[in-house]
Design a protein around this ligand. Structure first.
Ligand code: ZN
Length: 247
């Protein structure tokens, strides 16, 4: 009996010693999405999707908001974050430069992944990491839908995602996007305007910024429930795994 207890104790110790520590993704938003579409804001919808994904079983999924202490991202949390996901729209200016400095360092020098969504193109950390104006040619609320297409079927961000799928989007962002050039654009789309005009657009962009990986998703306007879409939820989980530093 004594030996059995010893064996169990040793096995338990070995398991705790050798089990890989959980990885961490922080999903941040500013709390301004309409409550009738996003009762728990954008980050709440994304956290719900990530937690439901079998791909994320070894991950801690942390929801962070602008109104939280330390604007949602304490030094301790940032230090352990493998990936930060960011959605903002009207409160970019409220984000402290000091936090942006820390995020930039974590990505460029330490390899943390960063994912920016839709109107976060003008968010401080997005502009800092891109180092460009991050403007689109046009922003017009005449978009009926996006016909999303997988452009790089073997890309990790497209794994298991339907080759084509439709999402509603009230607002179109027109190419070109003023960012560093990249040939790694795994998702594209056709923006169908309310008058029937069709316009090609790049939808998902990848870069390596310093030591870190960076993904931008153009779709994500807050008046439509894009982050509840099952294909977008697959894209988000895939993007977190892709952006995470390789250990
Ligand atoms: Zn928008």
């Amino acid at each position: 009996m004594k030996h059995l207890i010893m064996a169990v104790a040793v096995t338990g110790l070995a398991t705790s010693l050798f089990a890989a520590p959980k990885r961490t993704v922080v999903v941040w938003s500013e709390g301004t999405a309409p409550k009738n579409v996003y009762p728990e804001d954008i980050n709440g919808a994304i956290v719900e999707g990530l937690k439901a994904s079998p791909l994320m079983k070894d991950w801690d999924v942390v929801r962070a908001s602008l109104g939280d202490p330390d604007q949602g991202i304490s030094d301790e949390l940032l230090k352990k974050a493998d990936v930060v996901v960011w959605w903002g729209h009207t409160k970019h200016g409220d984000v402290k430069d000091e936090l942006v400095d820390k995020i930039e360092k974590r990505v460029k020098e330490e390899g943390m992944g960063f994912i920016a969504l839709h109107s976060a193109h003008f968010a401080k950390p997005n502009k800092r990491l891109m180092g460009t104006p991050c403007t689109f040619a046009a922003y017009v609320a005449d978009n009926k839908e996006n016909e999303m297409k997988v452009a790089m079927p073997n890309h990790p961000i497209c794994k298991g995602v339907a080759k084509t799928f439709t999402i509603e989007n009230d607002e179109r962002y027109s190419d070109p996007y003023a960012v560093p050039e990249t040939n790694e654009v795994p998702l594209v789309g056709v923006q169908v305007h309310k008058n029937g005009t069709r316009e090609d657009a790049k939808m998902g962009f990848c870069w390596t910024i310093g030591k870190g990986r960076f993904f931008y998703l153009q779709a994500g306007h807050e008046t439509n429930p894009i982050f509840f879409n099952p294909e977008i939820r697959k894209v988000m989980a895939n993007a977190v795994l892709w952006a995470a530093p390789k250990k």
